[in-house]
Write a protein that binds this ligand. Structure first.
Ligand SMILES: Nc1ncnc2c1ncn2[C@@H]1O[C@H](COP(=O)(O)OP(=O)(O)O)[C@@H](O)[C@H]1O
Ligand SMILES: [Mg+2]
Length: 237
C-alpha cells in the first residue's frame, strides 16, 4: 500500500527556512489537504516531496523507503505525480502531443493510463486533441495538466491549487474528476486555499501557518471549529 510521508522537514531557500519541522502523510485512496494562505509553504512542501527542493532536515519516505535523495525522475518512476500551480503545458504542442510527451518520459507497463482512458475521464479534451495547448481555456489547461501527469501512471498525485483562477462550475468539474481518481485508489495531496474544495474532497487537512503545522484535522473537526479556520486564513484572532 503506497504511503508518502514528509517527516520533520525543514526546507530553506538560501538561509531563511520557508518550512520548519513539517510532518504529514497520505495513504492509498486518501486525499490529504494542505491548507493555508499565500506564502505558508504549501508549494515548498510539494516541491520537496517530488524532489525539486532538497531538505535541510528531515526526510521523505515512500513505501517504507527513504527517498529524500532520489532525483525527480526516479521519484516519478516510483509513482509520484505533480501538477504544478502554473500548469506548465507546452503551449505550441497539441493536446495529444502534450500527453504523448508525458507518456514517453515515464512509460508504464501498458496497464495504466493511455489516450483512450484520458478521453474517457476528460471528454472535454477528446475533441481538442489536435489543438495547440496554448489556445485552451484555463479550465481546459488544468484538465490537460492533470491528464498529462496521469499519463505517468502515478500512485500519489500532488496537486498545487488546482482550483485557482477557475470559475465555480469548473472547480466542481475538477472536483468530480479528483473524486473519481480517489475512488480508483490514487492517493492525493491537495494544496489549497479554497476551503470549499478541501471540505468537498479531503479526508484530513493539515493546517499551515508561517511554515509550520498548526495541526491535522478531519473535515468534520474543522467544520465544528470556525475560529481555527479563521486563524489559518489570517482573519480575526
Ligand atoms: N523560489 C523562492 N525563493 C525564495 N523564497 C521563496 C521561493 N519560493 C517561495 N519562497 C518563500 O517561501 C515561503 C513559502 O512559499 P510557498 O511554498 O510558495 O507558499 P504557498 O505555496 O503556501 O503560497 C514564502 O515566504 C515564500 O516567499
Ligand atoms: Mg503555492
Amino acid at each position: 500500500m503506497p504511503h508518502l510521508a514528509l517527516e520533520h522537514a525543514t526546507i530553506a531557500y538560501g538561509r531563511q527556512p520557508a518550512v520548519q519541522d513539517v510532518s504529514f502523510h497520505v495513504a492509498s485512496g486518501e486525499i490529504l489537504g494542505l491548507f493555508g494562505r499565500n506564502g505558508v509553504g504549501k508549494t515548498t512542501c510539494l516541491r520537496a516531496l517530488i524532489g525539486q527542493l532538497p531538505l535541510q532536515q528531515g526526510r521523505v519516505c515512500y513505501d517504507m523507503q527513504d527517498i529524500s535523495t532520489l532525483a525527480v525522475h526516479r521519484r516519478a518512476l516510483l509513482g509520484l505525480g505533480y501538477v504544478p500551480e502554473d500548469r506548465r503545458v507546452f503551449g505550441r504542442l497539441s493536446v495529444r502531443d502534450n500527453l504523448n510527451v508525458a507518456a514517453k518520459q515515464n512509460p508504464n507497463d501498458g496497464t495504466g493510463w493511455d489516450l483512450a482512458r484520458i478521453a474517457a475521464l476528460f471528454p472535454e479534451l477528446d475533441s481538442l486533441m489536435h489543438r495547440p495547448a496554448g489556445l485552451l481555456s484555463g479550465g481546459q489547461q488544468q484538465m490537460l495538466a492533470i491528464a498529462r501527469t496521469l499519463m505517468g501512471n502515478p500512485q500519489v498525485l500532488l496537486l498545487d491549487e488546482p482550483s485557482e483562477g477557475l470559475a465555480p462550475q469548473l472547480v466542481q468539474r475538477i472536483q468530480r474528476t479528483l473524486q473519481d481518481l480517489k475512488a480508483g485508489g490514487i492517493a492525493m495531496i491537495l494544496a489549497e486555499q479554497n476551503l470549499k474544495m478541501c471540505f468537498a474532497l479531503c479526508d484530513r487537512v493539515v493546517l499551515l501557518e508561517k511554515g509550520r503545522v498548526i495541526g491535522q484535522y478531519t473535515v468534520d473537526e474543522l467544520r465544528e471549529d470556525p475560529a481555527l479556520i479563521m486563524r489559518t486564513l489570517g482573519i480575526g484572532a
